[in-house]
Design a protein around this ligand. Structure first.
Ligand code: PMP
Length: 407
């Protein structure tokens, strides 16, 4: 992959920050946008902007075609069987909340089980905590190993005939590890449970095939895969989506409205109450085109190689602790340096133009597992290079020296 040509497509990367060329290592939080996505949004607002599904005028038809075209692209992108299995949402958080508030609350009874892991992002925990509280279901955790990962054997022991929903991340936003979601789906199905996959960190890096994984629900966010903020996808198998009730009611999602009762449109529109996220979906479509043009296999190989390179280089820094497993750390490295607080570290790194993330990464239970209140995280995407890693190394070494001197 010719990263230098790819970088040119991302106008934001051309700037200097604090006198240094920007080294953006925070794509796991939000990825940058290529010119194709920016231009698509600009074109939409300059030429096609109108509300969808109702206008009989030309702009309304153009906007509707582009919006529904984006749905078809998203379906193809994750190999969903049908476009109606793609629900546009605000992002991964909204997608998981939709399943937890609709499916789980309808299906779970007192004593049933919802299974997650303590590795999960808060967005894949809190909706299930709330669903468990509302239904009397038990929220069970697949036990973690010392390195923060869980084994398939542990998952097998945790999932039982009382389990109604299992929800796990495909790739962890702290460990970078890929969870065996296909095997977990098979175990869950054996017990009659459904599987939801949090794909926020996988979809930007790897080719996802929801039919091959045989997951029942899959959630992801546009902004982590070069698309705009405010748009995401809930994929669901048709049979489950059909049986689910909407959780938002109002315009756009109705078939008939009476004074005391109403009925809903068919899939997918019954879940998209109000004016939908039209520009966001069209921008997401452009991001899908962009990633497919480069090739997800090429992106995966690049991101894997660059992460391994970063790990090898970071091993050479004394007193740097990396979290997660040696193998399978992918797309990101979570670490602490000496006794420097990660917020201080990230602040000093910023003076070298290096943008990393510091904090609990919306994973407080996992931080607790490691006995850490916070960690630093550098994450990599298709526009990052070995030079970016070297700039990170340089900044880390300087920061370490600085804190040693002031001690
Ligand atoms: N799950 C994981 C694993 C994530 O990394 C994130 C984003 N940090 C989310 C869920 C939530 O995504 P969003 O904020 O786009 O809804």
């Amino acid at each position: 992959m010719d990263t230098s040509n790819i970088r040119k497509l991302f106008p934001i990367l051309g700037q200097k920050v604090n006198g240094h060329p920007l080294t953006y290592l925070d794509s796991a939080a939000s990825a940058q946008k290529p010119i194709q996505v920016i231009e698509t949004l600009k074109h939409y607002y300059e030429r096609d902007n109108a509300n969808v599904h109702r206008g009989v005028h030309t702009l309304g038809s153009r906007a509707t075609d582009a919006y529904e075209g984006a749905r078809a692209k998203a379906a193809r992108f994750i190999h969903a069987e049908r476009a109606l299995e793609i629900i546009f949402t605000r992002g991964t958080t909204s997608s998981i909340n939709l399943v937890a508030s609709s499916y789980a609350r309808a299906v779970c009874k007192e004593g049933d089980e919802i299974v997650v892991s303590a590795m999960e992002h808060h967005s894949n925990l809190l909706p299930w905590q709330q669903a468990a509280k509302a239904t009397g279901a038990v929220l069970k955790y697949i036990p973690l190993q010392a390195d923060g990962t869980f084994s398939i054997e542990a998952a097998e022991k945790t999932i039982t005939d009382r389990t109604k929903v299992v929800s796990v991340s495909h790739i962890s936003n702290v460990l970078g590890v890929t969870n065996p979601v296909k095997q977990i789906a098979a175990i869950a199905h054996k017990h009659g449970a459904v599987v939801m996959v949090d794909g926020a960190q996988s979809i930007p890096h790897i080719k996802v095939d929801v039919q091959e994984l045989d997951c029942d629900f899959y959630a992801f966010s546009g902004h982590k895969m070069c698309g705009p903020t405010g748009i995401g996808v809930l994929y669901g198998k048709r049979a489950y989506l059909e049986q689910m009730e909407p959780i938002e009611f109002g315009g756009e999602m109705i078939d008939y409205v009476g004074l005391h009762d109403s009925s809903w449109k068919e899939l997918p529109w019954k879940f998209e109450g109000g004016t939908p996220i039209i520009a966001g979906a069209i921008g997401l479509g452009a991001a899908i085109d962009f990633l497919e043009q480069i090739g997800l296999d090429v992106i995966e190989a690049h991101d894997k190689q660059l992460t391994s390179y970063a790990v090898e280089r970071m091993k050479q820094i004394d007193h740097l602790t990396m979290y997660g497993t040696e193998e399978g750390r992918f797309g990101l490295v979570t670490f602490n340096l000496d006794t420097i607080h990660p917020h201080d570290l990230a602040t000093v790194l910023d003076t070298y133009g290096v943008a990393i993330r510091a904090g609990h990464h919306c994973c407080q239970p996992l931080m607790k597992h490691f006995g850490a209140s916070a960690t630093a995280r550098a994450s990599f995407y298709l526009y990052n290079t070995e030079e970016d890693v070297e700039q990170l190394l340089l900044a880390l070494n300087k920061t370490k020296k600085y804190f040693r001197e002031v001690e």
